[in-house]
Design a protein around this ligand. Structure first.
Ligand code: MSP
Length: 647
């Protein structure tokens, strides 16, 4: 085994219930970038991703597609792997929760925790959101019986279940977080979780009996293990998949980072560490909860809005490295980011074509023209050299620190300070004037500095854009000089004197933003590996009489104001107007809409649903939405006066 320090990085394992979108691509590109960066810094880094294949949601999706769950997931998992290959994602292992080693390890761990008395049998009675695969209490779902996380209808569950004694570990968890403040990042999410645990931790229902697509409880095969209990274990089962414990010993004890979206932070920072505490296993080093990729023009991606951004289509239109760069640059640490094709194209034109690509092109172009393609030894410095060289020398340290902190946007901003400085340096030093004036000593310095900055930037950008460096090395004439592509080579002046450059094509052709829709898509449309989803609908409910129906009073209302409820990812607070009167109503639809896009709209509102308090705000009635699978859309009313009644 090598002596290099170990580092372990994971993405969540994705549900193979539908194809992945650009939001999922964000986490995986981030993990891949981090892995490549850590390797460049001398770490032996292990990168794990995979698929979370059990549970009611998958079982239903498979039934809808007329397939067995295993047939169904096999096809979708193949499409995941294709996507990761397209995005240049170089994982070490793809774990599937249906893999034998995972099933066995998961059962062993369940048994161990049961044997020591931390899992016990009881009866679960409450609510279940199949879309989130999460249990909720009466208070959490409220009188409308909707999931506080995704806003979809929850289902009543009453069944014999095994429970995990989470409550017993609350104090130990709080102490752990106090001693390891960096465990949950960013800090805002840590505070949320601490408040959550302090408000009282309940035991967790960890088995189900009403469906069978899951890992059987080892000592009671009427039960399958709760899908989240099963899924979280992947981070260890994947390392334990061989007969020996080499991988586990090396990577589970190492600094480890789970990259997850903010919606699943509770599972990773509360349930998972407590499972590990109960099992007597070490905890990971930290969990980073990143924000969501939202849509510039329509909030969260959803199939009903037809606005899901399919990375497979993007990679046929844009250079993969440019998509990766965009994702890493656009999202601030822990915050949401907005995606639109225009913003992607603009980012390509500005940062990549105008700034970085142009820097290379100017450097190679002028060396070809003024020095017959040969990079000469720097002669006499110009008055602008010192500042540029000083910035180049300090950038690796600043960039590296921010990369280590996983603040990718800040790291790239730091790097682009150097790119921009170099372009400004060329304008100031004006090599074309030096050439004209015959000041060859200064000219050779300027041209050398330009090449050396391009080399510095290219080494640092390589984890984000893994295919671009090779093109740059060719143009700089150092393809074979692997020693000049490394982090250690970032000492100013390493570029070989007398070397010949080989000017090539622009790295990033400019995109015509006005003609985005007409842009050619390379090759034919990718063949969907998964069957297109058939439209499904819930079974029609039992008959009611006209009198029953008349009890529900649904009116046209106008949205006057709409804001996000602080600290509630899913909730929007509406001020609505009906026949001159104003009401406040909350709705759990923040993941599908941005507040501003609903203001001024006329919607349908159930006026006589009893008011209820949510997060201290009294909510009157209920706004009508339609749901289909993971998609939701509010019901827009015809343009009639507010107060008009649905009949
Ligand atoms: N299967 C669970 C994870 C189990 S890990 C032990 C799951 N799967 S998922 O496919 O629904 O989501 C996986 C990840 O994708 C989550 O981290 C989620 O936050 C992330 N994203 C889903 N939509 C996203 C965006 N629009 N933007 C960024 N990340 C998003 O949850």
């Amino acid at each position: 085994m090598s002596e290099r320090p170990a580092f372990y990085i994971t993405t969540p394992i994705y549900y193979p219930s539908s194809n992945l979108h650009i939001g999922h691509a964000y986490t995986t590109v981030a993990a891949d970038t981090m892995t490549r960066y850590k390797r460049m810094r001398g770490y032996d880094c292990y990168f794990l991703t995979g698929s979370d294949e059990h549970g009611q949601k998958i079982q239903r999706a498979a039934a809808k597609a007329g397939k067995t769950p295993k047939e169904f997931v096999d096809e979708i998992v193949a499409s995941f792997k294709d996507l990761w290959a397209m995005l240049d994602i170089d994982y070490d292992h793809f774990v599937r929760t249906t893999d034998d080693y995972h099933v066995k390890y998961c059962q062993d761990l369940f048994q161990k925790i049961y044997d020591q008395g931390d899992i016990y049998k009881s009866e679960y009675e409450g609510w279940y959101c199949t879309s989130c695969e999460t249990f909720f209490t009466e208070t959490q779902v409220g009188s409308e019986h909707v999931c506080p996380d995704c806003g979809q209808k929850v289902e009543r569950a009453k069944e014999e279940s095994y429970f995990f004694r989470m409550s017993k570990y609350a104090d130990r968890w709080l102490k752990f977080i106090e001693e390891n403040p960096d465990f949950i990042r960013p800090e805002s999410r840590r505070n949320e979780m601490v408040n959550f645990v302090k408000s009282g931790l309940e035991d967790l229902c960890v088995s189900r009996t009403t469906f069978d697509w899951g890992i059987p409880v080892p000592f009671d095969d009427k039960h399958v293990i709760y899908v989240w209990f099963d899924a979280l274990i992947n981070y260890i089962s994947a390392l334990k998949r061989f007969d020996n414990d080499d991988l586990y010993d090396k990577f589970w004890g190492a600094p480890c980072t789970h990259l997850v979206g903010k919606d699943i932070i509770r599972f990773h920072t509360v349930i998972w560490p407590i499972m590990l505490m109960a099992a007597g296993l070490p905890l990971p080093k930290n969990v980073l909860g990143h924000g969501w990729v939202l849509l510039g023009d329509g909030g969260k991606m959803s199939k009903s809005k037809g606005n899901v951004v399919d990375p497979r289509v993007l990679v046929k239109k844009y250079i993969v490295d440019a998509i990766r760069y965009f994702l890493m640059k656009e999202m601030a640490y822990g915050q949401d980011a907005t995606y639109s094709e225009e913003s992607l194209a603009m980012r390509i034109n500005t940062d990549l074509a105008n700034d970085y690509g142009n820097l290379l092109s100017r450097a190679t172009g002028m060396i070809a023209k003024f020095q017959d393609s040969v990079v000469l030894a720097p002669g006499e410095p110009t008055e602008f050299d010192e500042e540029l060289i000083a910035l180049a020398k300090e950038t690796p340290e600043n960039f590296g620190r921010l990369m280590d902190e996983m603040k990718w946007q800040d790291a790239l901003n730091e790097l682009w300070k150097l790119v921009n400085k170099a372009n400004k340096y060329i304008d100031d030093a004006a090599p074309w004037k030096l050439n004209k004036a015959g000041e060859t000593a200064k000219l050779s310095s300027v041209l050398y500095n330009m090449v050396e900055v391009v080399r510095f930037v290219t080494v640092m950008i390589s984890p984000v854009m893994p295919s671009t460096p090779e093109k740059v090395w060719q143009q700089l004439g150092i393809s074979d000089r692997k020693d000049l592509h490394t982090w250690e080579s970032l000492t100013w002046g390493a570029y070989p004197i007398g070397n010949k450059i080989d000017r090539g094509e622009p790295l990033f052709p400019r995109i015509d933003i006005d003609a985005l829709d007409d842009m050619p898509i390379a090759g034919s449309e990718p063949k969907a590996t998964a069957e297109p989803e058939k439209p499904a609908c819930e079974p029609v409910a039992d008959s009611i009489t006209i009198d029953d129906f008349a009890k529900v009073d649904i009116r046209v209302v106008k949205v006057l104001e709409c804001t996000k409820v602080p600290k509630a990812d899913r909730l929007l607070e509406f001020k609505i107007e009906m026949a001159g009167e104003e009401f406040t109503v909350l709705s759990g639809i923040a993941q599908w809409y941005k507040p501003e896009e609903l203001v001024g709209k006329k919607l349908l509102w159930c006026a006589n649903l009893a008011p209820r308090k949510i997060r201290g705000i009294e909510s009157r009635g209920m706004l009508m939405s339609v749901v289909q699978g993971d998609d939701l859309a509010v019901v827009e009313a015809p343009d009639l006066p507010t107060g008009s009644k649905l009949c």
